[in-house]
Design a protein around this ligand. Structure first.
Ligand code: SLL
Length: 147
């Protein structure tokens, strides 16, 4: 399709994790419940650009490659350890053919200064970024404008 050569579209995103310690319900291998996610930084609907997010987990999980095909683009699990998660964003056909890899270090354990462990105070770690699409297709540009 036709491209709009002079333009670019920037999509602000936030990605990261929230983790709760399970307290009395904690067991050796399931001490925390966590969710890893990517979303629009000001809560815009990411499905305007993203069609699929693949979360690559540590090999100690069953089926460590998790595919999410609709928003919210997030994944929840129980575990005990921290590791790097690769989030691969696949874009809608008229947006971009090339997938984008984001790297997030899952954090479960709070820093020492933050006081005693609590099931009520989650650990949250987030990164902000902007995905910039140069020379957007007309169809894509029309869609973001109408959104
Ligand atoms: C570590 N390098 O040694 C890391 C690996 C792996 C965490 C952490 C699996 C949970 C389950 C899980 O939490 N793996 O077995 O269901 O700290």
């Amino acid at each position: 399709g036709k491209k709009l050569k002079e333009l670019e579209v920037g999509v602000p995103i936030v990605y990261g994790n929230i983790a709760f310690w399970l307290g009395k319900k904690a067991s050796e291998f399931h001490s925390h419940k966590w969710t890893v996610y990517v979303r629009g930084a000001t809560n815009e609907d990411l499905s305007v650009v993203v069609k699929r997010v693949v979360f690559q987990l540590h090999s100690s999980f069953n089926n460590p490659t998790r595919v999410v095909d609709s928003p919210p683009f997030e994944l929840s699990e129980c575990g005990w350890g921290e590791f790097e998660i690769v989030l691969t964003l696949h874009f809608r056909t008229d947006v971009c053919d090339k997938p984008l890899h984001l790297y997030h270090h899952l954090k479960l354990y709070p820093e020492d200064e933050s006081g005693p462990l609590s099931t009520k105070r989650p650990v949250v770690v987030e990164s902000y970024d902007e995905i910039v699409f140069a020379e957007p297709s007309e169809a894509f540009f029309a869609r973001v404008q109408n959104h």
